[in-house]
Design a protein around this ligand. Structure first.
Ligand SMILES: [Zn+2]
Length: 121
C-alpha cells in the first residue's frame, strides 16, 4: 500500500478504536465479541472514514492485509456473528457460505441455537 503518512496515522487510529470495542478478555482461543454497533444479524459494524464494513471482515484485513480477491467473504469457524477473533475467521466465497449454512442448519431458522454463546455473554 502506498499511503501517505497522514492516511497511515488515520488508519492506525481507526484500528486502535476498533480493537478497543472488541472484548478480548475471554482469552486468545475464545470468541471476541464486538461491543460496538451491530447490524440486524448480530455482526459488528465498523465506520471507516466514509463507509461501513462488517467487523469480522475488518478484523481479518487488519490481521492479514487486504483481501486477495474482492469476491471473497470472511466466514466464522465459530459461527458467532459478533466474533472478531482472527483465529476464528477464514476466507471463503458465497458458495462456501451457503454450504456452511446448510451444514449447520442455518437459513431455515434464523434464530437458531448457534446464537446461544453470544447471547450468554
Ligand atoms: Zn469466535
Amino acid at each position: 500500500m502506498n499511503k501517505r503518512r497522514a492516511d497511515r496515522h488515520d488508519w492506525d487510529v481507526v484500528v486502535a478504536r476498533f480493537w478497543a470495542k472488541v472484548d478480548r478478555s475471554a482469552g486468545s482461543s475464545e470468541c471476541w465479541p464486538y461491543m460496538g454497533q451491530r447490524d440486524r444479524d448480530g455482526y459488528g459494524i465498523v465506520s471507516l472514514f466514509d463507509h461501513k464494513m462488517r467487523a469480522p471482515r475488518f478484523a481479518w484485513i487488519v490481521t492479514n492485509g487486504p483481501l486477495p480477491d474482492a469476491t471473497l467473504i470472511v466466514l466464522h469457524r465459530c459461527d458467532n456473528p459478533p466474533c472478531c477473533n482472527p483465529d476464528h475467521l477464514s476466507l471463503g466465497n458465497h458458495a462456501d457460505n451457503m454450504r456452511d449454512m446448510a451444514a449447520k442448519g442455518r437459513g431455515a431458522n434464523q434464530h437458531g441455537r448457534h446464537r446461544h454463546k453470544y447471547m450468554s455473554l
